[in-house]
Design a protein around this ligand. Structure first.
Ligand SMILES: Nc1nc2c(ncn2[C@@H]2O[C@H](COP(=O)(O)OP(=O)(O)OP(=O)(O)O)[C@@H](O)[C@H]2O)c(=O)[nH]1
Ligand SMILES: [Mg+2]
Length: 179
């Protein structure tokens, strides 16, 4: 049995828990708690520990999905996790430009620590005021990145959209790494 471990990162409300809940074949342990402080203005509940889910790509090949809390105060968990995974999906909420900077910080954080395939999933693209993918890519600092990760639209509430994202990520994982 091959197990591929994938981290799902992104700002508060980007859709990390939704993605794992939509796709997981096991019940996701509920670590969402009532939000306090400024997060309560954005959403009623927020993740305070790792979300974990599991998805079978083909028999004998499993994805283990680890969703990180979106609040910066839990960044220490992220530091431990990133060294244990084979790839990372960074979800960026397209209709909250104030969160784009956090997305670029995540990308820098990953690139400084590990050399793994990264996929950027733009969420909330169906919402009014969602930015254009090319503008968001610029805001994330990808225009002058040496190695640009794929940027795709993903709806974490829709299974078909998530499996499409997994296909792109797995094809990235299969590319020979250029050293
Ligand atoms: N319309 C729309 N709603 C979305 C999309 N992605 C996520 N949502 C909704 O956004 C809300 C927040 O999603 P969560 O999955 O809780 O976000 P999270 O990234 O886990 O947030 P934290 O745990 O607080 O960091 C939920 O109500 C989702 O249904 C999307 O692409 N489109
Ligand atoms: Mg969550």
């Amino acid at each position: 049995m091959e197990i591929l471990r994938i981290a799902i990162a992104g700002s508060v409300g980007a859709g990390k828990t939704s993605l794992i809940r939509s796709i997981s074949e096991i019940e996701v342990v509920d670590t969402d708690k009532r939000s306090t402080d400024e997060i309560a203005l954005l959403k009623a509940k927020t993740t305070v520990a790792l979300d974990f889910g599991l998805f079978t790509i083909v028999p004998n090949q499993l994805l283990y999905l680890y969703g990180t809390p979106g609040q910066p105060r839990f960044d220490f968990m992220w530091d431990i996790l990133i060294r244990q995974v084979q790839a990372c999906i960074v979800l960026v909420d397209a209709h909250r430009p104030e969160h784009f900077h956090y997305g670029s910080q995540i990308l820098n954080f990953v690139n400084q620590r590990v050399q793994i395939p990264v996929l950027i999933g733009l969420t909330h693209m169906d919402c009014p005021n969602a930015g254009k993918p090319e503008d968001i890519a610029i805001a994330l600092g990808l225009h002058n990145a040496t190695k640009k990760p794929p940027v795709i639209v993903v709806n974490p509430t829709q299974k078909a959209s998530i499996t499409e994202a997994f296909k792109v990520l797995i094809s990235e994982m299969m590319k020979p790494s250029i050293l």
